[in-house]
Write a new protein. Structure first.
Length: 415
């Protein structure tokens, strides 16, 4: 028996494989297979997950530690861990808390204590091979801490390709997996009874996806209301300084924003508050303090995601966020949004081009393009692929389930 886990930047799913039977998705929350990859801990040893974590976090006014997009930290050697109620927790320990919860819920659902697991992984955690290996090693350690004994890995875009079922004729498919943290591309031959690594013609990925696009909206638009354009002077200098780029980087990253609350950063923010020169700037800094102190990163970015979806359908969206101490109402046009994310989209599709340069194949050789992942629902991304390959070759896979089901199919062939 196997579990196949798609641990995603934004969402996670699990399928169960029993010998001689097809894999099936396990319901993890509210009779549905999707569990948001979120942890909230309001006190030592107490954890909430997914939608319940969001509810508890909001009910308690942000008192505690709120973690999202943990997957993004896996290849970062500099991220050694963070302090959680007096205890320093490594990234693998934090992820183990989440994987253990997945296992506990699945064991209850299946009635078995399953210790074999196939873990999905991006085509590349990082372009740096040492960092890529570090990320996989950390995931393996997290799975061991969560109670798994035999641990196998399968690239998520390969899994997405396997989930499409058997084809009578051999086809070359391009699997495009656009998630929260990574955009992955795989050229895959399908139509054989059994998957082989030789079926993979090309594999590439980049750490740019939904979170990076949301972060761009924060950086280019919303961050103005949290002090991006302020000016200040230190008591011992005459130079006028702007908002520190290092802090803007954290503010503009959904995974990093919660770390603005760490001691050194918090003390530096207090100094900036004292040194800020103009009244309007002081209001923006006050809003930033409210954001950090009350740990409002998640709801602020949830509103950004809402605007991003609206801009896929409408010519304008009004970003609105209202909270005691914060008031934002900011129109963003479709043209402004599309211009702002050109760099991110360019990085994403350069990764796709690498798949073809690796394989020596041309766009015209592709029989089918399968799009999966939540970010793949963006009209901007779909339109780009339609322009290259033609509408007839595009297949929209189920946004979240295809990888977990494909990982299950991979597990079916392991024993």
């Amino acid at each position: 028996m196997w579990y196949a886990i798609d641990f995603g930047t934004s969402n996670s799913l699990l399928s169960f494989v029993e010998k001689g039977e097809s894999s099936k998705l396990i319901n993890l929350e509210n009779n549905a297979p999707v569990l948001r990859s979120i942890i909230f801990t309001p006190s030592k040893g107490e954890y909430f997950f997914g939608a319940e974590a969001i509810d508890e976090y909001q009910d308690l006014g942000g008192e505690g530690r709120f973690f999202r997009s943990l997957k993004k930290f896996l290849p970062e050697p500099s991220f050694k861990g963070t302090e959680v109620f007096g205890k320093r927790m490594k990234i693998e320990e934090l992820i183990a808390v989440f994987l253990r919860e997945l296992k506990t819920r699945a064991d209850k659902e299946t009635g078995h204590q399953v210790t074999n697991v196939v873990l999905g992984r991006p085509a590349l955690y990082s372009l740096d091979l040492e960092k890529d290996q570090l990320a996989e090693d950390r995931m393996r350690s997290a799975a061991e801490l969560a109670g798994f004994k035999r641990i196998e890995f399968c690239a998520e875009p390969i899994a997405a390709g396997l989930s499409g079922g058997k084809d009578i004729q051999e086809k070359l498919i391009l699997v495009c997996d656009f998630g929260g943290g990574t955009s992955d591309f795989t050229l895959l031959k399908v139509g054989k009874d059994q998957f082989s690594k030789d079926d993979v013609q090309g594999l590439s990925g980049v750490f740019v996806a939904g979170d990076a696009i949301d972060g761009r909206v924060m950086r280019n638009f919303v961050s103005t209301h949290f002090g991006k354009d302020i000016q200040y002077k230190t008591p011992i200098g005459n130079n006028t300084l702007g908002f520190p780029r290092r802090l803007l980087g954290k503010l503009s990253n959904p995974a990093h924003i919660s770390f603005l609350k760490e001691r050194d950063t918090w003390e530096f923010l207090k100094e900036i508050e004292q040194w800020t020169m103009q009244g309007e700037d002081q209001r923006y800094i006050s809003q930033l303090f409210c954001l950090v102190e009350e740990d409002l990163g998640y709801p602020v970015y949830a509103k950004i995601e809402k605007s991003k979806i609206e801009l896929g359908k409408n010519e304008q969206s009004v970003y609105q966020f209202s909270h005691p101490g914060i008031k934002i109402e900011m129109p963003i046009s479709k043209v402004q949004f599309e211009e702002s994310v050109e760099g991110e989209l360019s990085d994403i599709f350069k990764a796709m081009e690498k798949v073809f340069s690796q394989s020596g194949l041309e766009y015209s050789n592709v029989d089918q393009v399968r799009i999966t992942g939540g970010t793949g629902q963006m009209p901007l991304i779909q339109d780009y692929l339609i322009k290259i390959f033609g509408r007839d070759k595009i297949v929209m896979s189920e946004a979240f389930q295809s990888v977990a089901l494909g990982l299950g199919k991979y597990a079916e062939g392991l024993d």
